[in-house]
Design a protein around this ligand. Structure first.
Ligand SMILES: Nc1ncnc2c1ncn2[C@@H]1O[C@H](COP(=O)(O)OP(=O)(O)OP(=O)(O)O)[C@@H](O)[C@H]1O
Ligand SMILES: [Mg+2]
Length: 185
């Protein structure tokens, strides 16, 4: 299945993604390092590298899904156009899709975490709190099916909640569960 993360910078997506990928033993593809790699390779920052990174990850995700691996895509996915990449990919491959939205319910803690963390993405600017506030106001409305988890909760609880949701989104395997509920697909 395809699992797409969503959430503001510093909300805790990558932290949750790593735990999930380890629990599932699946591929984890992050969009930001791909964009940074393009800049390193000499592609100008004025080029649409943000969009290009989503497209590259989409191709890589497709490759993994075709060989039967689950894939987690770690990206902000704040606008519907970005989310549509994943809907379209899953639908073309006729595979289940699950969105996992991470948010931090405590604004002060969110700000503190953003300021305190250091990602190891060479050349990639760390987002400022101001840019997070701006991005929050541009976060497209979303009433689609997804699991929302608050990163103020302990990580183990979050992972357990998400794994339960993912299990409910998987297609019933007719070999293992011949009487599985088709509505779960
Ligand atoms: N459940 C949690 N409990 C405590 N700290 C957390 C939790 N989730 C995330 N953090 C901390 O918050 C900071 C930001 O988390 P993370 O880097 O995962 O955010 P992100 O959503 O991936 O951000 P970005 O979009 O900028 O990559 C990190 O320092 C991380 O250790
Ligand atoms: Mg991240």
């Amino acid at each position: 299945m395809l699992i797409a993360m969503a959430g503001l910078p510093g909300s805790g997506k990558s932290t949750v993604s790593v735990e999930l990928a380890q629990a599932l033993g699946c591929a984890l593809l992050s969009v930001d390092p791909v964009e940074a790699a393009m800049w390193h390779a000499g592609v100008g920052r004025e080029q649409p590298t943000g969009l290009a990174a989503y497209v590259v990850v989409e191709f890589l995700a497709r490759e993994q899904l075709l060989i039967g691996n689950d894939v987690i895509v770690d990206a902000v996915n704040d606008v519907d156009l970005a989310r549509e990449h994943w809907r379209s990919l899953a639908s073309r491959l006729e595979l289940p899709l699950a969105f996992v939205e991470v948010f931090c319910s405590n604004e002060k803690e969110h700000q503190r975490r953003l300021a305190g963390r250091q990602r190891d993405i060479k050349g990639f600017p760390e987002p400022t709190w101001q840019s997070v506030v701006e991005r929050r106001s541009g976060f497209d409305d979303w009433d689609g099916d997804r699991v929302r988890v608050d990163s103020m909760r302990p990580l183990a609880d979050i992972v357990a909640t998400v794994l339960e949701y993912l299990a409910s989104r998987r297609r019933p395997d007719t070999t293992i569960q011949p009487s599985g509920d088709p509505n779960l697909a």
